[in-house]
Structures are given as C-alpha cells and as structure tokens.
Design a protein around this ligand. Structure first.
Ligand SMILES: [Mn+2]
Length: 321
C-alpha cells in the first residue's frame, strides 16, 4: 500500500452518529492502520433511488460508516447498526460471505459510534480513551437515551447543540469539514469553531419556532401523534419534540420535505414503556424505507407529496391499532 493512502469515507450525512462514526474511524485508521492516510468524506442521504453513485468509491480504501452496505468490490471497510442495512438479499449474502475481517454489522447497537468504539478497541488495539466524551454522546443521541423529553429538546449541552447544527445547518459540505475537528477537540471547543458558531444562534431560534409550529400542526390520533409540515422549511426538526408535546403518546408519524426528498418519519416514544411493541423498521421496509425498530423513515421523490400523505395515513392506521 502506498505511504499516502487515499481513503474515501462515506458516512450518514446530517446525523450526529454518522459524523461521530466518521471521526472515530478516521482517527482509528491513522493511529492503527496508516498514519499517512488522506481522507475524503462523502455524506450519504437516504433517497428514493439507489444511494451509491457510479464512481463514488475512488479511494485506495473505501469505507462506509452508519450507512447501508454496498457489495462493490472497491469497499474495504463497513460498520453499521441499522436493521435495514442491506438493499437486497444478495447484498446480505455478500456480506455474510465476506472474509476481509473489516466489515462489521450489529443491529443490537444503539449507535454506530459505540459499535466502532468497541470493535476498533477490542480487535485492533485502538485507544478510545481520548474519544470517550464523543462516544458517550454519540450513543446517548442516536440511542435516544435522555432522561426526559425536556432534556432531549433543551439543547443546552455542546453535544446537543452540535447535533442541531449537523442535522439542520443550511450549508452543503459542512459536516466533512467538521469531522477532522471532532476527532481532535472537546465538544465545548468544537461548538465555538466559527463554522459551527455562525449557524448555532439562528438554528436555536428556528428550533424554538419549530416547537410552536409542531404544537400547531400535531394532532393525536389514538396513541399516534401525526403532523404534516411538508409545506414548511422544517426538515431537520428535533425528533423528540412530538414526545415533549404529547408525553403519553406511543408513536409519532410526520411528513417533511426538502429539495432532495419527501420524508415520512416514524418513531416510538422513548419515554413510554408501552411504545416498543411494533417494529418500525419492518413497517417502513414495506413502503421502501427502513431504519431501526424504534425509529425509521421512508424517503420519496420531492414530487411525491400525495403519495407520502397516503403512506403516512396507512402507517397511522397500522400503529393506532
Ligand atoms: Mn446511527
């Protein structure tokens, strides 16, 4: 392998767990595999059409973290924890026959962050101690492990503020610039970086407004909170807000829209012990989506608003019974 190996790292875009996973992988790779590695980062988004574009895997090594499996022979590392990790049964079989020792899948993990931390430390001797703050928050945020909905929505911690900027900043290519910083600095220092700080104030204001807008739009249909904000600029709203507004609900179903997709988000209330009986990833898979048992989504074409409303109605019907 050449000294300055080029690594293409594909990560789940606009997702705190995806960004943290990319930061952990980068530092792991430089410390334990090749210190001269040069990284290029590509944020991956779930869309109605296939996510892996021709020519994407252009590195000497190509890694995917917190995102779907690709059977491309050019992919040399993979870490994921989504129930819906495989685009096809053939991809799942391809993964099972892999003998590289560099591809790891465990849907029992609440975050890809924690999966990466455990595997790189136990199998590759990576010292994760300097990253313990990052690993803690990656697992808390992706695993919805907040004590209360109020603490999940307050956004007073550097980690939750950073998650807001990662999920909602209106700036393409922000997360790839942030990833190298995440692996080297404390979260308190990262939020003070100009590329983060300039977005934080406006996004905190937008977050406050979004709570009011969701309060106006959301309605309880039996144990399900439903809202349609596809006509508003609200993609990237905080997914815990529905449970702040309706603490006794079991599930939430929401429709939002951005220039690249119309999205149906499905979640179960992390603070309601009765809210885990239905597997939401399996439900979303029936409509071409996927995710985790307790949080899942379906991405449709931007033009398919009516189809999204129909799918959302069917899902609400299924979840209320
Ligand atoms: Mn994740």
């Amino acid at each position: 392998m050449p000294d300055s190996v080029k690594v293409r790292l594909c990560f789940h875009d606009r997702c705190f767990d995806g960004a943290v996973s990319a930061a952990i992988f980068s530092r792991f790779y430089r410390e334990r595999i090749n210190p001269g590695a040069v990284f290029s980062y590509t944020g991956m988004t779930h869309r109605a059409v296939g996510p892996f574009e021709e020519g994407l895997f252009d590195g000497d090594e190509n890694a995917i973290v917190d995102f779907k499996y690709s059977s491309s022979p050019r992919v040399t590392w993979w870490f994921d924890h989504h129930q819906s990790a495989f685009l096809s049964a053939a991809d799942a079989a391809h993964f099972r026959s892999d003998r590289s020792g560099h591809k790891f899948y465990d849907p029992s993990y609440k975050s890809c962050t924690k999966l990466l931390a455990d595997i790189t430390s136990s199998k590759f001797g990576f010292n994760i101690q300097p990253l313990s703050e990052l690993i803690h928050w990656g697992d808390v945020i992706d695993g919805a492990q907040f004590a209360t909905p109020e603490s999940a929505v307050a956004l007073t911690e550097p980690a939750t503020q950073l998650a807001l900027v990662i999920e909602a900043a209106p700036e393409a290519g922000l997360v790839p610039r942030l990833i190298p910083e995440l692996g080297q600095r404390s979260l308190a220092d990262v939020v003070k970086l100009p590329i983060i700080a300039k977005h934080l104030g406006p996004l905190l204001e937008r977050h406050k407004r979004s709570i009011e807008l969701l309060r106006q739009r959301a309605q309880a249909i039996g144990p399900v909170v439903f809202f349609d904000v596809s006509d508003l600029d609200l993609e990237g709203y905080n997914k815990f807000v529905p449970y702040l507004l309706f603490p006794h609900c079991r599930y939430s179903v929401g429709i939002s829209a951005s220039p690249v997709r119309t999205k149906i988000s499905i979640g179960s209330n992390p603070w309601n012990p009765d809210a885990d009986e239905k597997n939401l990833a399996s439900l979303a898979e029936r409509f071409g989506g996927g995710g985790h048992p307790r949080v899942a989504a379906i991405s449709l074409d931007p033009s398919q608003i009516e189809r999204a409303r129909q799918v959302a109605r069917e899902i609400v019907e299924e979840l209320r019974n």
